[in-house]
Design a binder for this molecule. Structure first.
Ligand code: SF4
Length: 334
């Protein structure tokens, strides 16, 4: 029986493990944190259908109940070496694990919004990130810096993405639709609040996304402003004053809001960066580079090491799962 080591127990890692186990591979699934699926369990609801993230996490977790899958939590793989037609995976405790193939599904981390100091995250209480907003939605408690329901909420797109200053020129793909999803959820909690989304371009590229965007305007009265916020500061009464330009009409704009939500983009996780570098498969921006953009998109330059999901570029959960299925079948065909 061939052995596959999968590094990273997110949706891509679990889906690939399930497909490979069904094809009689022996799967070892390594997760550096104490439990799988942390990047799903930190969300309240998923786009585009507003289904509870917990439901998907339960369905994915059920796939791990398979005799051919062994899950190792708290096991961080930091290096992979090939010798004698097998791979040796080294964990942080210097223990070695053996496999015939390796699939890297180490995923992403969110851009640290504190790096955009001018936007005030970590300085002003009224500035939060999309992840903080997910926590508020999860607990049905959307509050401003005074702990009260906000009367005005502003979402700001492209924080740490499409931004030369941050060193990330790429689009993170999921934050436009996440902002629209969160804005609709906020509206359901706060029927009378003013809700704005500041955007550079709206990239509603997935099935059902354009419909959400339309609904956000027509049903939920979310207002969209094309512009980029250049600066945020706190007012004496705990509100956030923002300076921007409406780039459609070419006018500077000032607005005061109770809550500003920064849509932080995706960066390679530390695990992705470590393995990309140590295995010599780092691509642009330290995501893992694939062997080719079309037929070899799950292979890497190292024969026998494969990659799936957002370890190679920003990707939605849906696309990560689909990509994992493709990666598993690429391994099956070896
Ligand atoms: S998905 Fe939208 S918010 Fe995210 S980086 Fe791309 S354009 Fe910006």
């Amino acid at each position: 029986m061939k052995k596959v080591a999968i590094v990273g127990a997110g949706p891509a890692g679990i889906e690939a493990a399930s497909v490979l186990a069904a094809h009689d591979f022996e799967v070892s699934l390594f997760e550096k944190s104490s439990a799988p699926l942390s990047n799903i369990l930190d969300k309240a609801y998923l786009f585009p259908d507003f289904s509870p993230a917990l439901d998907l996490a339960k369905k994915l977790s059920a796939k791990l109940l398979n005799d051919h899958i062994q899950v190792f939590n708290n096991k961080e793989i930091i290096d992979i070496k090939e010798s004698d037609n097998e791979f040796k995976l080294y964990d942080r405790e210097s223990k070695t694990h053996i496999a015939d193939y390796v699939l890297i599904t180490t995923g992403y981390t969110l851009f640290d919004a504190r790096r955009k100091e001018e936007l005030g995250y970590g300085i002003y209480k009224g500035v939060i990130t999309s992840l903080d907003m997910e926590q508020m939605l999860m607990h049905s408690q959307i509050t401003n810096s005074m702990g009260e329901p906000p009367q005005k909420v502003v979402f700001l797109q492209c924080v740490g993405s499409r931004d030369e200053k941050s060193g990330n020129n790429y689009c993170s793909k999921v934050c436009c639709v996440t902002a629209v999803k969160q804005a609709i959820e906020v509206r359901k909690h706060l029927p009378d609040a003013e809700i704005y989304i500041y955007y550079m371009d709206l990239r509603m590229w997935g099935q059902g996304f354009e419909e959400m965007y339309r609904e956000a305007q027509e049903v939920y009265n979310i207002r969209f402003i094309r512009g980029r916020i250049s600066e945020a500061s706190a007012t004496f009464d705990g509100k956030i004053q923002i300076k921007s330009e409406d780039t459609l009409i070419g006018q500077p704009l000032k607005m005061t809001t109770d809550l500003m939500v920064l849509m932080a983009g995706m960066e390679p996780s530390q695990g992705t960066k470590t393995l990309a570098e140590n295995c010599g498969i780092a691509g642009k921006y330290n995501f893992i580079e694939t062997a080719g953009p079309h037929l070899e998109d799950n292979k890497t330059a190292v024969k026998g090491i494969f990659v799936a999901g957002s370890a190679k570029r920003p990707m939605s959960i849906r696309d990560s799962i689909t990509d994992a299925i493709a990666a598993a079948h690429t391994i099956i065909q070896q």
